[in-house]
Design a protein around this ligand. Structure first.
Ligand code: SAH
Ligand code: SF4
Ligand code: F3S
Length: 479
């Protein structure tokens, strides 16, 4: 059954995209000839959700007959899947798109597209329309499910020789399409989106503006995909959502997030389960108990706190305070064996005083995070925080940022040192940069380097941690 709620594509809409897929296949053959297998390059910026959207775009392009390349210069179609979370992310994309004008001059038949969160913003789409003529097609986050229809139009215009640029930015919330094929970029780790969008409207954040309201996938679709992934031999499944704890709230008679974890844990196979992002607002003891109970769910929780100060948390519209956050952490430490935490922190939120910043430092020292993703506040068009008074200079914010990094560095070093002598179960990711050792991630999300051979990539091994050098953990395989 395809339609269960109004956000799912209807059967008729799915049929339309499948027939556009067939049309794209024919058009690809006419455009490039029977002999040549054209190549697609898709690069995603931003979070894992965006990476997963990129995998879907690649999945659709391969179903049209394209091969995949990771070298942009070799590609017949180039797509940047963009992120809008901070100004730097957008600047980078404008730089790269600027450079694409050379590629277009050298090879006028190359098709250039932009999609994702950044282009979902109307001011960005306008700028691309007028100042970046090298871009052939642009589609926002909500247009992803109708990509085959859009792309058949792109190919038709390319074949006709009369170039028509396409811009498809819908205001309405995106839909959920269960038909879309996925080209997975990793052979051992798979992303599994369980919900899209966000209802939280943290005052600094652009995500609700570019990704729309929360929409959960039905648990039966999530479970079916997880079973397929486990049967295909994937060793790690990461459940994705901007606020996974709100999973199921928009569905009738379906599972809650803790219930979904328990159901996923029952699936047979040697794989582990991660999830992100868990918002402290909806993180409950029930969820922590479920993590403790499920042997496949990793003992690592990414629980972004953003700030350790109650006034700032309120200004951010986070809906929890320091005390509640710390009590959750304490509960998780009691209930989940060897649990580790990571977090996101924003430094220099508008009006943050030195004392308020120091509250963040003391919280970090109390929790002892394994790693932090730290950001200096970046005003985003359309958000409340972008309109707030911001008297603190960038230099001062940067000084606080550096101080935060140095406090965190010491905590990380201590936590890593405590791991020396212990044995952890590691999923082997690949060779390190100089190709001398393998590296992988433990269940706790520690990165460990160790000698080994190619055969072990994508498998679990037990590693004893022997030493710490320049913050890296070094070990050896013991079975
Ligand atoms: N949904 C997730 C986070 C998604 S965005 C959550 O709520 O935790 C990832 C991180 O980017 C956020 O946690 C926040 O720390 C950071 N971020 C978001 N908007 C930002 C902004 N305007 N300036 C600086 N950092 C920002
Ligand atoms: Fe942004 Fe807040 Fe939603 Fe996370 S929960 S995506 S920070 S609005
Ligand atoms: Fe960026 Fe969009 Fe993710 S703004 S962080 S790619 S949801």
């Amino acid at each position: 059954m395809i339609q269960a709620n109004s956000v799912l594509l209807t059967l008729r809409e799915v049929e339309k995209e499948l027939s556009s897929t067939a049309r794209c296949k024919k058009l690809v053959r006419s455009f490039y000839g029977e002999e040549h297998i054209p190549l697609a390059f898709v690069h995603s910026f931003g979070c894992q959700q965006n990476v997963n959207d990129g995998e879907k775009i690649l999945g659709m392009l391969t179903s049209f007959g394209y091969g995949v390349t990771f070298e942009m210069e070799k590609a017949d179609v180039v797509i940047y899947n963009t992120c809008a979370i901070r100004e730097n992310a957008e600047k980078k994309v404008y730089g790269l798109v600027g450079e694409l004008s050379h590629l277009k001059k050298k090879n006028p038949s190359v098709l250039i597209g932009l999609c994702g969160c950044m282009v979902q913003q109307s001011h960005v789409a306008e700028k691309l329309k007028f100042s970046y003529p090298q871009v052939d097609f642009v589609f926002g986050t909500h247009a992803l499910t109708s990509f085959p229809t859009l792309f058949s139009g792109v190919l038709e215009s390319a074949l006709s020789g009369k170039r028509k640029r396409m811009f498809e930015i819908f205001d309405s919330d995106g839909r959920i399409a269960e038909y879309a094929p996925v080209y997975r970029l990793d052979r051992a780790k798979a992303n599994l989106p369980i919900m899209y969008g966000c209802n939280n409207f943290c005052t600094y954040c652009v995500v609700p503006l570019v990704r729309g309201r929360e929409r959960s996938r039905r648990s039966e679709d999530v479970l079916t995909e997880a079973k397929t992934l486990a049967a295909q031999g994937y060793r790690e499944i990461t459940l994705l959502g901007q606020n996974v704890n709100a999973y199921g709230k928009d569905l009738k008679d379906d599972l809650s997030f803790p219930e979904l974890l328990l159901a996923l844990n029952e699936i047979e196979g040697d794989f582990r389960i991660r999830f992100m992002t868990s918002h402290p607002r909806d993180c409950t003891k029930e969820l922590i108990d479920a993590i403790a109970k499920c042997d496949k769910v990793c003992n690592h929780i990414h629980l972004p706190v953003q700030s350790g100060n109650d006034r700032i948390l309120k200004e951010m519209n986070r809906h929890y305070d320091r005390k509640t956050y710390l009590s959750l952490i304490r509960y998780a430490k009691e209930r989940i064996k060897n649990v580790t935490f990571t977090s996101d922190i924003i430094v220099g939120f508008p009006g943050e005083t030195e004392e308020e910043f120091l509250d963040t430092l003391s919280l970090i020292e109390e929790v002892r995070y394994l790693a932090l993703f730290t950001f200096i506040f970046s005003p985003r068009e359309g958000t409340k925080a972008a309109l707030m008074d911001d008297p603190v200079s960038y230099e001062e914010k940067n000084r606080r940022f550096q101080q935060l990094l140095s406090v965190q560095k010491k905590i990380e070093e201590q936590l890593h040192r405590e791991m020396v002598g212990k044995t952890v179960r590691v999923l082997v990711d690949g060779f390190n940069r100089d190709h001398t050792r393998l590296y992988g991630h433990s269940e706790e999300n520690l990165t460990v380097d160790f000698p080994g051979d190619e055969k072990q990539i994508g498998n679990f091994v037990s590693v004893r941690i022997d030493s710490m050098e320049n913050r890296a953990l070094l070990g050896h395989i013991i079975d």
